[in-house]
Design a protein around this ligand. Structure first.
Ligand code: NAP
Length: 281
């Protein structure tokens, strides 16, 4: 089987490294010729090009471009595809992508590897990025079963844990655990940076350690990706943000009113509830 990858950045490049290690022939297309050259040098792909025509012999293609380019890329790709080729994408939102892509190519199956890191681009690609991470597949009722089965079989080899949902369920769930944390984390960094007293701000910067590193990490990721999450998952993200604001207001009220018992109760329940999100990972 030949695997095609479009967009040789963090996710596309990391997929290429792992699929080549599994013995698949990997064909890569990216925007910049220099990225294509690096991808071959780093062993991410067997062959690379800036032309989608390279993918005429691909059986399964992963579109790993920024979110807003996924649908336009598939539009340009379809004239070159084999009739039985399966196409998937790795976009961090699904509703806006899967409906459009499924109309362009019946053998399209949306998916989302839930792995990443702060760096981006081909030089951030790393093998084993997806091991023990969730990989969500989001078929529609019209999606052919055999396409879902083949995609499942291939991505299982990355060592990830596979889940299935509708695109809409995906978008609501990731609004809570991925897109909301990005917005909270970025507002944390902004708020700290707005401390008026320069001496206090400098002291805070000097003292920042593991707690700040953990809570600010996702707010310092790829800015383009954060913007796309907000634009393409706007409704679900707004619901999550408004719920979060209510919780924050409640905490402010408890502290302002010195209602320590109520505050302690939510701190205890958070301590216990966090484990539900992190168990078995
Ligand atoms: P990235 O590192 O910036 O990689 C995207 C790559 O796409 C760029 O390196 C760029 O390569 C290439 N590209 C841009 N325009 C293109 C075009 N018109 N045709 C072909 N290639 C093009 O970003 P990423 O983090 O891998 O994210 C890519 C996708 O993965 C996004 O849809 C995102 O939602 C999804 N995702 C990201 C994460 C994460 O945490 N980062 C996690 C899961 C899913 P050039 O160097 O050639 O310009």
């Amino acid at each position: 089987m030949n695997i095609g990858i479009i967009g040789l950045g963090l996710i596309g490049g990391s997929l290429g490294l792992d699929f080549r290690a599994q013995g698949y022939k990997v064909l890569g297309v990216s925007r910049q010729p220099s990225t294509c050259d690096i991808a071959v040098q780093k062993g991410v792909v067997d062959e690379s090009s800036i032309n989608l025509e390279l993918l005429a012999t691909a059986d399964l293609i992963f579109i790993c471009t920024p979110i807003h380019l996924i649908v336009p890329t598939l539009e340009k790709l379809t004239p070159y595809l084999k009739t039985e080729a399966i196409v998937t994408d790795v976009g961090s939102v699904k509703g806006a992508i899967v409906d459009n892509c499924s109309q362009l190519w019946p053998n399209f199956v949306g998916s989302h590897p839930m792995a990443g890191k702060t760096e981006q681009g081909i030089n951030a690609a790393q093998s084993g990025l997806f091991v023990n991470t969730p990989y969500l597949i989001t078929p529609l009722e019209s999606t052919p079963n055999c396409a879902v089965e083949i995609l499942t079989e291939i991505v299982r080899k990355l060592g990830c844990k596979i889940y299935y949902s509708s695109p809409e369920e995906h978008d609501r769930a990731v609004a809570w655990i991925s897109h909301l944390p990005v917005m909270i984390s970025t507002s944390l960094i902004q708020a700290c940076g707005k401390e008026q007293d320069p001496n206090i701000r400098q002291l805070a910067e000097n003292l920042a350690s593991s707690g700040f590193r953990d809570t600010s990490r996702v707010g310092a990721g790829n800015p383009e990706l954060g913007l796309m999450m907000a634009k393409y998952n706007r409704q679900a993200l707004l619901i999550s943000l408004k719920n979060y604001r209510q919780n924050l207001d409640q905490i402010i009220d408890y502290i302002a009113g010195e209602t320590w018992q109520e505050l302690e109760e939510i701190l205890i329940s958070s301590h216990q509830y966090r484990a539900n999100f992190l168990q078995s990972k």
